[in-house]
Design a protein. Structure first.
Length: 261
């Protein structure tokens, strides 16, 4: 599917749903929103859709990351401020050593330095698609309204080669049981909190909501990631990612949140 056609589909979906939200002068008609405090289970949004299949039964379509955590949890609850690069930092940020905070000698991803927190999104689609750039990689002409699932991990960026290697968490042509899959997603950072929500990013807020329906799986604990491996990934990846994206501020209005069961 050509990029222009993909964008037209996304624009059409967004236009129809957003016009409804505008008429109601609220975002509630757009469905449950994201990001959220995953320790707060309460939600009053009445729009319900089915949970997406497990990510192992879907195609990985995109990997990207945001500067600071868009979500909030006990382990990443240090407020980083309002604005495009606000959000939350890992609590362990204040305990990093001088060695972990030392500036690397080589190139780095744009907008990322040691001591930063990032939130990584592994986006999966029910469409028969290959991994690629942006949300457009998650649909095609025959599958314009897919189930979407986002596996999520918050990382503390450090200058330490003994920390996790981001390239071990990427794609590199990995296919399992016929599905495009990441090579690995951390499985030792707590049981993922699963809920219904939307897409995120700084273009959305409590007045202008995302119309897309997404199943989220957010791990509740931070992990450390080596900035050198992240820089290497940013130099060359199928997703054409080379920087940290901005964040959408935390959604707190219960009417915009789904209940977490």
């Amino acid at each position: 599917m050509k990029k222009k056609t993909v964008q037209m589909v996304l624009t059409a979906i967004s236009s129809v749903l957003m016009s409804s939200a505008t008429l109601a002068n609220t975002c509630t008609s757009a469905g449950p929103q994201t990001p959220r405090d995953i320790d707060n289970l309460h939600g009053e949004n009445k729009r319900v859709f089915s949970l997406a299949p497990p990510s192992s039964e879907m195609n990985l379509c995109n990997i990207h990351f945001h500067k600071n955590a868009e979500h909030k949890a006990k382990d990443f609850s240090v407020f980083a401020g309002e604005g495009k690069y606000g959000g939350y930092q890992c609590n362990a940020t204040a305990d990093l050593t001088p060695a972990e905070l030392k500036a690397p000698k080589g190139k780095v991803c744009k907008n990322v330095k040691p001591g930063d927190t990032i939130e990584v999104h592994w986006v999966h689609s029910s469409c028969d698609v290959k991994p690629g750039k942006g949300l457009g990689a998650c649909l095609n002409a025959q599958c314009a309204n897919p189930d979407l699932r986002v596996e999520t991990q918050v990382f503390l960026v450090v200058n330490d080669e003994d920390a996790l290697d981001f390239n071990d968490l990427s794609y590199n042509g990995n296919i399992v049981n016929g599905y495009h899959q990441p090579k690995h997603i951390p499985n030792n950072t707590g049981k993922p909190v699963e809920f219904l929500g939307s897409t995120t990013g700084p273009s959305y807020n409590d007045k202008q909501c995302s119309p897309l329906q997404v199943t989220w799986s957010v791990r509740p604990a931070c992990a450390k990631i080596d900035i050198n491996s992240l820089a290497k990934w940013c130099e060359d990846n199928v997703f054409e990612e080379d920087h940290a994206h901005g964040v959408r501020q935390l959604v707190t209005d219960p009417k915009l949140l789904s209940p977490i069961k």
